[in-house]
Design a protein around this ligand. Structure first.
Ligand SMILES: Nc1ncnc2c1ncn2[C@@H]1O[C@H](COP(=O)(O)OP(=O)(O)OP(=O)(O)O)[C@@H](O)[C@H]1O
Ligand SMILES: [Mg+2]
Length: 139
């Protein structure tokens, strides 16, 4: 195992996934890519200018969160890369995994939005369904 992709959406569950992915990276001497996808806004009622403002602030928040993660891992003896993308989260995660030839995708079972009613959120479910590489869902 050389390349690990971990999907991070700022949720507690994705923090757990990150922690586990770091353990794997250390153990296998693998590189770690942390990806956060900013979902597109489908808010038709909102004016374009306001959408842009929301989008910019989400983008800033996400970039800062990734920077924080990168700093927190700087003491570890692993190669860490952070990525921010925009679009459909599952699609971007799957696309990134293919492009970087990830050996495993690590996700949390739940994220920021869903209820615990389901075993898994829709993003992690879609990743498990469509990924071409193994997926490790942290519970
Ligand atoms: N925007 C995102 N960027 C990166 N990773 C994400 C993103 N959204 C979800 N994930 C990954 O998928 C995991 C599960 O989150 P998911 O979104 O599927 O659940 P949820 O938010 O509880 O439910 P849902 O979004 O279906 O309402 C997260 O812990 C994270 O690893
Ligand atoms: Mg979600």
């Amino acid at each position: 195992m050389q390349k690990i992709l971990v999907a991070h959406d700022g949720s507690k569950s994705s923090d757990k996934a990150l922690k586990r992915a770091v353990e794997f990276a250390v153990k296998f001497n693998a590189s770690l890519t942390v990806l956060s996808v900013i979902p597109e806004l489908y808010l038709t009622e909102i004016a374009e200018a306001d959408k842009q403002k929301i989008s910019n602030s989400l983008s800033k928040e996400t970039t800062e969160a990734m920077e924080k993660i990168r700093k927190s891992l700087s003491g570890k003896s692993i190669e860490v890369k952070t990525l921010v993308r925009q679009g459909d989260p599952a699609e971007k995660i799957l696309e990134t995994a293919q492009k970087m030839k990830a050996d495993v995708i690590v996700t949390g079972s739940h994220g920021r939005h869903g209820t615990k009613k389901f075993l898994m959120g829709s993003v992690s479910s879609k990743i498990v369904d469509y990924s071409k590489c193994p997926v490790f869902v942290v519970k």
